[in-house]
Design a protein around this ligand. Structure first.
Ligand code: PLP
Length: 372
């Protein structure tokens, strides 16, 4: 029996390849955005496998969302529908453009935005909707596109949980990914916009570099911009060469990362399915690459279980506290389904550094708690 366990909720998986990549960039003395970023964008494009789409690498998924909104002309005075169950960055990205994130309820079954509730929040100012593919559950995404068509809204997908999902690059849209410290691949910090909308790409390429027109293309040729124009607000949200080089290494190792995450998810899906106090979310570990693994604890013993697991060296968490409860985003109404779901949500460790024995240890402890 292992006595001292220390199982973290999340972790990246870096190895020699990433270390060598960082050294390569440092030795080149070119750490700002340049060829590494160019190659990373090309390699991601190939990875996504969608010829007519383009990839724009930026500083984070938050930046990807912010820039996409700006590139779709979402500004001050506009309203954007956002599920309340998401990381705070989805809301802040909307605020960054001066627009108002309007929290919407989610479905208790999978945490996905509840379109019946979203419909109630429509006003003449509503311009966009950001569906979040919570825990990779995106089977209802096409309903969002239909809803958006009916109400003339821009759709920007928050796919921070979904890098590597087989289905995601098949659709036309504006899709934002995260490469932050703990996501499916990590650049330290990073993110990208995948889109079939070439106008969004053209705008985002300039906006990420302080709005300097054409700066991306010159940097990718190893040149600098001396005589240039700026036509709109820009931000310093590009991806630097160090981050890009780490991302390139992660992409090379993604097959292994994916295998581990899917294996861990499948172990949980089969080993926890017969515990009456646990409800599993409809996570498809064959097509998705699960970034988080939230389960719903019924019967009010979630806190007790968290403490029990912590005592046994297993870190867990709640993803997420609903954003409509936060002072900055509170618009003064209740979202009951999100509250009900969130009360039971417990994320358990799924990251790729976990061994088979580690996952089994988590399972054993959960079963022991419920005396199964
Ligand atoms: C991680 C995350 C983000 C933000 O990604 P960053 O790259 O850290 O900015 C946005 N939305 C969701 C759902 C996330 O989990």
């Amino acid at each position: 029996m292992i006595d001292k366990m220390n199982i973290k909720l999340s972790s990246p998986w870096f190895g020699d390849l990433e270390v060598e990549a960082v050294s390569r960039v440092l030795r080149s003395q070119v750490v700002s955005m340049g060829m590494e970023a160019k190659f990373f964008e090309e390699e991601l494009h190939k990875f996504f496998g969608r010829r007519e789409a383009t990839v724009t690498c930026v500083h984070s998924c938050t930046a990807a969302l912010q820039l996409s909104l700006q590139a779709c002309n979402i500004y001050h005075g506009d309203e954007v529908l956002v599920p309340t169950l998401t990381f705070v960055s989805t809301f802040q990205a909307v605020k960054a453009n001066g627009a108002t994130p309007v929290p919407c309820d989610v479905s208790v079954s999978d945490g996905f935005i509840d379109l019946d509730d979203a419909r109630k929040r429509l006003t003449s100012k509503t311009k966009a909707i950001i569906p979040v593919l919570y825990a990779g559950c995106g089977s209802k995404i096409y309903d969002v596109y239909q809803f958006a068509d009916e109400h003339n809204l821009v759709v920007i997908e928050d796919a921070a949980h979904c890098f590597g999902d087989e289905n995601i690059s098949k659709r036309d849209g504006v899709i934002c990914f995260s490469f932050d410290p703990i996501k499916n691949i990590s650049c330290g910090d990073g993110g990208c916009i995948l889109t079939t909308n070439s106008d969004v790409t053209e705008r985002a390429k300039d906006i990420r570099l302080l709005g300097v027109v054409g700066d991306t293309d010159r940097r990718f040729q190893g040149k600098r911009s001396w005589d240039f124009d700026v036509v709109e607000q820009g931000w310093r949200l590009h991806m630097n060469n160090i981050a890009a080089a780490i991302g390139r290494a992660q992409l090379l190792r993604f097959g292994k990362i994916k295998e581990r995450r899917q294996r861990n998810a499948k172990m949980y899906l089969s080993a926890l399915s017969d515990i009456p106090e646990i409800r599993l979310l409809p996570i498809n570990a064959d097509t998705a690459v699960p970034h988080i693994f939230p389960v719903v604890i019924n019967g009010g013993r979630k806190k007790e279980l968290m403490t029990y697991l912590a005592e046994n060296g297993i870190e867990t968490g709640t993803q997420y506290k609903p954003n409509h409860l936060l002072s900055y985003f509170n618009l003064g109404y209740d979202l009951p389904n999100a509250m009900e779901l969130c009360n039971g949500l417990l994320s358990i460790p799924i990251h790729p550094l976990l061994s088979l024995e580690d996952v089994q240890y988590v399972i054993n402890n959960i079963r022991k708690f419920f005396k199964k």
